[in-house]
Design a protein around this ligand. Structure first.
Ligand code: FAD
Length: 508
């Protein structure tokens, strides 16, 4: 792979046909599809290049390398939501849990109607999902890989007659190391680092790590190229400003960064919807202490999900974390934290994801960095409370001795009766510990610049040759993990682009 991590690769060229900004779920797919269609593609990726052999279980080493701001960002507002984005070659696909869902069919029907295009109907997108799933080896997690805490959750859910669905993941020969969020140490997780990017490179694309795009240069309705800096891989210090001329540009920096690139390029002056609809699909986690060892770190990060309350926008699943990350996520300190972490082998972490009922929004600092504000509605607070209660009930049914709750001021439940108290507890949004890893919707798709940022072909309104193909273009929240939707949409964006260029050449 071409990269400049060790300073040994050539500099990026001064011009190309297609510049792709970002190498995650959206960018890598676009790069591979367009390079295979014969275009001269250059990918500029801000993060470093860390092949599988350099991934380790040490959070102090991996967080600053793979995550933007070492994973420590937060929204403003009640309640603050801690969020993380990947920043490396492969983007967030390198650090995600690899759970693969197609977009729910009711969501696609809504999109098709809102966008006035049958192309978004489930039956018409199916070939694109199949193409992505084949490349990623998406398959059902075998029960032999279920962790012990997965089995405990499954038993408790079945005893309550809750509906469960087996989880599909992009894995190939998974060893169940449960280190997904620090980068798969065996290469089993089929992130874009080991799938689409090598494919793009085989088709001639050039991929450059440590290249941060500052802005897109415009000449009227045309984007002429990108201004970028090469970053020192060790210090992050900015090198001199460089320029890459391109005939077409695809922005794929993710839900927070793509709108920021548009802001830095002056595009938000004309497109008021940039950053306006931020969906987070927030989650929260309960941790239980079991009397016996659970060793939840052995096995697949997830084997199934409980979707009994999907009609209320709630999904439950196991989500065990490596020790360093778990300690960071717990709201305890000093001796209390020591006592909990000493019982690591007895711990289990289960989470609930809640579909947003209302979007947040982005503003930008004068330097063009995003500041997210997000407010939980009263209904969402109640749904989180309901989710926490149900998770804690499942934990006690599974035999937990104590449940640590993500609620400041109500941190423990030592008995199921405590949950009855929680039912009556006047929970305020600011008491919840919330997280998000599913950032989307900030450059949403639609018909006109008055209500959206890109058109149905991912083209930025008012600009002939500028496209966006990542999580930011979702017209709304999707209730499930978004990677496969992003990739299917990016495939569609690339294929439509190729077809339009062919038609243009034939007509000329
Ligand atoms: C911890 C974690 C767990 C997750 N688990 C799941 C899961 O199980 N299933 C699922 O479906 N989804 C999961 N997700 C979410 C999923 O990975 C993301 O939604 C998806 O990868 C987003 O794709 P994207 O192309 O929008 O952005 P990304 O994949 O984040 O890629 C964006 C890339 O653009 C680069 N970039 C940004 N700005 C610039 C710039 N100015 N110049 C150059 N490059 C730039 C970034 O460095 C990054 O590499 C998870 C995410 C995280 C963080």
């Amino acid at each position: 792979m071409t990269h400049n991590l060790r300073g040994s690769s050539p500099d990026p060229p001064e011009r190309c046909q297609i510049c792709v900004i970002g190498s995650g779920a959206g960018g890598a797919v676009v790069a591979a599809e367009l390079a295979e269609a014969g275009f001269d593609v250059v990918v500029l990726e801000e993060g470093g290049y860390y092949p599988t052999s350099e991934l380790s279980h040490d959070p102090l080493r991996m967080l600053p390398r793979l995550y933007r701001n070492a994973g420590g960002d937060s929204t403003l507002g009640r309640a603050p939501v801690m969020y993380t984005e990947g920043r490396c070659v492969g983007g967030s696909t390198v650090i995600n849990a690899g759970v693969c869902y197609r977009t729910p069919s009711d969501v696609l029907h809504r999109w098709a109607m809102g966008l006035g295009s049958d192309e978004f109907l489930p039956e018409n997108l199916a070939p694109l999902f199949e193409r992505v799933e084949k490349e990623l080896h998406v398959s059902r997690v075998p029960e032999s890989l279920y962790s012990k805490d997965s089995k405990l959750m499954l038993e408790a859910a079945r005893a309550k007659n809750y509906h469960t669905v087996p989880v599909m993941r992009n894995i190939h020969a998974c060893q169940g190391t449960n280190m997904c969020i620090l980068g798969c140490p065996t290469g089993a997780k089929q992130s874009t680092l080991v799938t689409y990017l090598p494919r793009a490179e085989r088709a001639g694309a050039q991929i450059f790590a440590n290249c941060r795009v500052q802005k897109i240069e415009l000449d009227g309705a045309k984007a002429t190229g990108v201004e970028y800096h090469v970053l020192d891989p060790l210090t992050g210090k900015r090198g001199p400003t460089r320029f890459l001329r391109a005939d077409w540009i695809f922005v794929a920096g993710g839900g927070m960064q793509s709108p920021s690139i548009l802001f830095r390029s002056g595009i938000t002056r004309k497109l008021k919807w940039v950053g306006k609809t931020l969906f987070l699909h927030p989650n929260t986690k309960c941790v239980a202490i079991f009397p016996d060892e659970v060793n939840a770190w052995q096995g697949s990060i997830q084997g199934f999900q409980v979707d009994e309350f999907a009609d209320q926008g709630l999904t439950f699943g196991t989500t065990f974390l490596p020790p360093g990350i778990l300690a960071l996520a717990l709201p305890f300190y000093g001796r209390e934290m020591d006592r909990i972490m000493e019982q690591y082998h007895h711990l289990s972490v289960w989470g609930v994801l809640v579909e947003d009922s209302h979007p947040g929004r982005l503003r930008f600092t004068p330097k063009g960095l995003p500041i997210a504000s997000y407010k939980l509605t009263r209904a969402d607070v109640q749904r989180f409370k309901f989710g926490i209660l149900k998770l804690a009930e499942l934990f006690f049914d599974a035999g937990a001795r104590k449940v640590l709750l993500p609620i400041r001021g109500f941190e423990y439940a030592e008995h199921p009766d405590d949950l009855r108290m929680l039912e009556r507890y006047p929970l305020k949004p600011g008491q919840l510990s919330l997280f998000s890893v599913h950032l989307m919707g900030t450059c949403r798709m639609g018909h006109s610049s008055r209500t959206s940022v890109v058109d149905v072909n991912h083209r930025v309104h008012g600009l002939r040759n500028l496209f966006i193909a990542d999580a930011s273009v979702f017209p709304g929240p999707i209730r499930v993990n978004p990677m496969v939707t992003i990739m299917a949409m990016a495939t569609r964006a690339a294929q439509n682009f190729v077809e339009k260029q062919r038609n243009f050449l034939q007509a000329a």
